[in-house]
Design a protein around this ligand. Structure first.
Ligand code: CTP
Length: 406
């Protein structure tokens, strides 16, 4: 229920992408929002108001001349009630009309009449690739951005017309994620955040290896929350099958050694490093190039181990971290005595903030509880979804960042 309490005016202008708006409307309602749909006449050629009414549970507004509105001013009433107006799809023609301040039908009229300081306008462009790249269209969207609208991205791919390129409307789930992110405070705007997540996999031979039960969910949630907070985010992920959060740069790695190399590279430009990865402590000293076979005698292979590099401790000891330009946050997965272990680990890894959690209680789950330990003491973040905790942690990090990271 990420949008509980939010009232969204969903505007549809004319385009094939209107078929996606039905699904988007459904997702908004499922996320807890109330939705008022407004359609241009062209939009009603692509999808019927009946469908949108059924999905939103409200009569769709299609005309400024509808006598059913007591004061006959739907363009004023609807815009005043909204927490945001989202135009999806926003056609090239509709953008042109908005950019020039036209108001000859109810949707553009409502957008022009909206209180700009309190009701944000989000536009989800949808059009053929030639129309999208046309200088006139680009000029119009640049103008709309300058006028205070928030222009969402477009997708790349095959288009309804049969051509391939940029200009597809984002998928409904992407629109939903972007809208949810839009409402989050931009606590890390202009910052670069590096997150390590998931397990590592240490090869024994080409078909076997040693790994652990980390799901990567907490790290992925932190990457998402940091991105929602406006940061440029790089996520260095061990082998997990999770979807990459919107707008996050993902670097897939397998072993601890590969994870260290990727983290060292991306830490160069980062102002925050959050180490959530469950890095294997040891790797097999001499992984075999060939599959190790049974020889029939019942003899078992002997594996020798060497210690893996400690990624967090390495980055925390780097010049950038020591000068205060890189703020390092460690995680501790413990089974007992959380405060004592987290406090000791914070000192041992030499990081300003250490986040403790009870490992067995959270592995693979969608919720967790955290204990934040810094120089001032410990703060509990009670059990909640990993995304909710990630947002609280991002706020806690933002509030602790030294000036040198700005
Ligand atoms: N970590 C790391 N590289 C390693 C081991 C751990 O970056 N080789 C990071 C983890 O991502 C986490 C923190 O260090 O942020 C704590 O890891 P943990 O394995 O819990 O601690 P250890 O130092 O291994 O201590 P112990 O096994 O005794 O609990």
């Amino acid at each position: 229920m990420e949008l509980a309490g939010k009232h969204i005016v969903l505007g549809l202008s004319g385009g094939v992408a209107c078929y996606k708006s039905a699904e988007f409307c459904r997702l908004l309602v499922k996320a807890g929002a109330t939705v008022q749909v407004v359609m241009t006449e062209a939009a009603t050629e692509f999808i019927t108001p009946v469908t949108m009414q059924a999905l939103s549970g409200r009569v769709v507004c299609t005309s400024q001349w509808d006598a059913a509105t007591p004061n006959n001013m739907p363009h004023i009433n609807l815009g005043r009630e909204a927490d945001a107006i989202v135009i999806a799809p926003c056609s090239a023609d509709f953008a042109a009309r908005l950019a020039t301040g036209r108001a000859d039908e109810v949707l553009s009229l409502m957008c022009l009449a909206r209180p700009r300081d309190t009701v944000p306008l989000l536009l989800a462009p949808a059009m053929n690739r030639e129309m999208w790249t046309h200088p006139a269209t680009q000029r119009n969207f640049a103008q709309l951005q300058a006028d205070g609208a928030h222009v969402l991205g477009v997708g790349f791919g095959e288009q309804a017309c049969g051509e391939t390129g940029d200009g597809r409307m984002l998928e409904p789930s992407e629109l939903l994620d972007d809208l949810i992110a839009f409402f989050q405070p931009k606590l890390l705007a202009g910052r670069s955040v590096l997150v390590s997540a998931g397990p590592t996999f240490e090869a024994i031979d080409p078909v076997r290896g040693i790994t652990n039960l980390s799901s990567g969910k907490m790290g992925f949630a932190i990457a998402r929350a940091a991105r929602e907070a406006g940061a440029d985010v790089t996520l260095v992920a061990g082998p997990v099958a999770l979807a990459t959060p919107r707008g996050v740069r993902r670097i897939d790695v397998r072993s601890a050694v590969e994870m260290l190399a990727a983290c060292e590279e991306y830490a160069q430009g980062a102002s925050v490093f959050v180490a959530t990865a469950a890095v294997a402590d040891w790797r097999v000293a001499q992984a075999s190039d060939q599959k190790i076979k049974k020889d029939g005698s019942g003899a078992t292979p002997t594996l020798n181990f060497v210690e893996n590099p400690d990624i967090l401790a390495t980055l925390a000891a780097s010049a950038r971290a020591r000068s205060g330009s890189l703020y390092c946050v460690g995680f501790a997965a413990e089974s007992h005595d959380l405060l004592a272990h987290a406090t000791a680990k914070r000192a041992r890894k030499n990081v300003p903030l250490l986040v403790g959690n009870i490992g067995p209680a959270t592995f693979g789950q969608d919720d967790n509880a955290l204990l934040l330990v810094d120089a001032q003491g410990a703060t509990e973040l009670p059990r909640a979804s990993k995304l909710s905790l990630a947002r609280q942690l991002v706020a806690a990090i933002a509030g602790r960042l030294p000036a040198a990271t700005r």
